[in-house]
Design a protein around this ligand. Sequence first.
Ligand code: MGD
Ligand code: MGD
Ligand code: MO
Length: 762
Amino acid sequence: MSEELKIERATMPAGGWGSVSEVANILLDQHVPLKDARLLAHQNKPDGFACVGCAWAKPAHPHPFEFCESGAKATAWETTSKAIGADFFARHTVTALESWSDHALEDQGRLTVPLRWDAATDQYVEVSWDTAFAEIGAALRDCRRDGTVFYSSGRASLETSYLYQLLARMYGNNNLPDSSNMCHESTSVGLQKTIGVPVGTVTLDDFERTDCIFFFGQNVGVNSPRMLHQLQAARRRGVPIITFNPLRERGLVSFTNPQSPLEMLTRAETAISTQYHQLKAGGDTAALMGLCKAILAADDSARADGRPRVLDTAFLAEHTDGFGELEAAVRACPWADIERESGLTQAALEGAAAIYCRARAVMAVYGMGITQHRNGVQNVAMIVNLLLLRGNIGKPGAGVCPVRGHSNVQGQRTVGITEKPELAPLDRLKELYGFEPPREKGMNTVEACEGILAGRVQAFIGLGGNFVRAVPETALMEAAWRELPLTVQISTKLNRSHVIHGKASYVLPCLGRTEIDRQRGMPQAVTIEDSTACMHGSRGMAEPVAATLRSEPAIVAGIARATLPPNRLVDWDGWAADYASIRAAIAATWPDIFHGFEARMWQPGGFRRALPAAQRVWQTESGKAGFTVPEGLPGAPDMPADPGALTLFTIRSDGQFNTTIYSNDDRFRGVSGSRMVLFMAHADMARLALVAGDVVTLRAATQDDTERSVAGLAVVPYDIPVGCVAGYFPECNPLVPLWHHAKDSKVPAVKSVAVLVERSGL
Ligand SMILES: Nc1nc2c(c(=O)[nH]1)N[C@H]1C(S)=C(S)[C@@H](COP(=O)(O)OP(=O)(O)OC[C@H]3O[C@@H](n4cnc5c(=O)[nH]c(N)nc54)[C@H](O)[C@@H]3O)O[C@H]1N2
Ligand SMILES: Nc1nc2c(c(=O)[nH]1)N[C@H]1C(S)=C(S)[C@@H](COP(=O)(O)OP(=O)(O)OC[C@H]3O[C@@H](n4cnc5c(=O)[nH]c(N)nc54)[C@H](O)[C@@H]3O)O[C@H]1N2
Ligand SMILES: [Mo]
């Protein structure tokens, strides 16, 4: 890994030769055996394994290699032959490991043996699985039922997740926060309220039928690259793609398909976005108000000229509710406010709206740029407003497409991972398993952090993930994390949440999804749900990195058996021995979705759960799709309006998967050798008298009792709206106050944090 910061102009397309060489490098670097490198051919295939990277849809007729650079990296990172056992931990105290970088910790390779922290030596020592389960079970039985948190990170299969939610509920709480609470919870809340489903409505077929795509705050080239195939095909049909993003992300600018020999040899690039609007971070509600305003104006003039209406009035009358209120709010909203808050001109927004008005079927794709704001739920509702104006939900080629993060994050919610009791089938669980499920609301991620800070949480179980590194308010959280009586992490790799740990701490190493999972000698399969609500079977194909690993279902079952009183209706061991029996239990709990599960899980393209909104059936309070009047335009109304403050948004590079850092390089943004950088506009650099490479400290411009800062960031001049700066997640998490989260969904507002810049050493 290179160590010195280099800044270059990035001009290469997403995909292309750069992508091929990145894949080759990581396969070599991670010592992936040749036979396992061949696994890539089975990634996202009906007979293979579902990628452990992102959740993008897996087509029924896959490409010969249905994987991308990011997915190949995720697979290489998991199938690495690097591994660490008890001897590694005998050589390093946990305190010493704390000074290691996130990259260095995970780069040691796969965890192989169950570990318990030993206070006397400050080392993790090997324990047997039975001892670990027995001790964890005893400790959990001693905790307050509402003081234990069961976090999940979004990768574990439907089977594991089902067992996990049952464990929490039989234990006695709904404390089931998950990574989605930091991610698309704004979607789950916003779409449920407006169109009556918590997930997106589009399928891959819609990409073939759409005639316009609006793209908000999602970095497709890095975070869901397989979608570039759909976007490229749409562009070839002449479909306009209109992008709203403060940064000109390479994947949204141009793409060379690394799986097309012709394109690779000719270096042919497809331009992806036809319009690119570099709005201010947090400016989406304002931009969407502007789009609606321009569409209403177009409708006014069509009416005045006696031309056909621009609005789909029949759809509005039959299917929607609240149009009048939205219309009044849009008409009353001055262009000057829209321009100021979005950073875009009226003319630019009118130009985008004109394309919208001409299109028969429009889809809106979005990601974290929309959801991770104080007004994240409102942003989602504004996207719905835009689509509803011309009936763009529930018809072919149209709809809403939130791009999910972790490979099974959407599916975990489908099988009961939720802190909201009203979303879990509690009566059915009671009927099936003869226990009284807890009815009180549990903690989501922000509430779990609040509980940890207040000393109310006694035990934290992590099913994957790197909680303490992924959440905001790093300094306070790390300190409080150390005071937790018990932390248990079910993990594949060593990370910050292990080396910062509770008073009693266990690390339980599990199989990854790429590995063959044999139970009583029989290879098992699992299932996941993708971003388009399709369920897929997945079969691991690599030999496990160590024979001592246990599968996630087996670990959850092991903890459950050691913790809960026996229940003759719940056969944890039987479930762990045969995952088909877990699928039968899932099907018995949600027969509507999972009937015929065992047969349908191998259907090419997956089987889809019914989404009433896609059929224009609105399971909302009013029975209609609801328009929403925004409360205001600013993205971060809870942040102080310090005149000197800049708006920081935190982003991912192509060298990472969340807190997993593959390398310090971000080839699409021309930065290599260091992640401690701050992307800044030339005008802001000039105002602050900074030059490229100057090292600065950021301070959160908050007026509470907490000091929040990150030092040692090198300034990188960048094409970014004036007044905005960007830095990497998780390095910038210490700047985000815990209370700065989306209203209604509590997603940390990591895309708009007011910060002040200080030159280091002053
Ligand atoms: N390779 C790789 N793949 C991943 C991940 C990874 O870390 N690495 N993470 C996975 C996970 S869990 C998730 S949730 C997804 C995340 O995937 P994305 O949703 O793409 O997430 P980010 O990279 O955080 O940021 C998205 C984009 O939002 C833009 N943006 C920032 N602020 C705003 C704003 O106010 N408005 C608008 N319109 N845009 C804004 C940023 O410039 C950036 O391009 O990816 C998943 N896939
Ligand atoms: N500032 C800022 N903060 C953010 C974000 C942001 O954009 N900006 N994004 C947020 C988002 S969208 C998300 S999803 C969260 C991510 O938060 P998390 O999901 O908690 O974090 P990850 O980094 O994905 O977790 C990585 C760890 O998961 C473990 N792991 C990997 N594969 C497996 C597996 O198959 N099984 C098990 N049991 N463990 C496994 C490994 O030990 C690895 O170290 O972060 C959030 N935090
Ligand atoms: Mo995410």
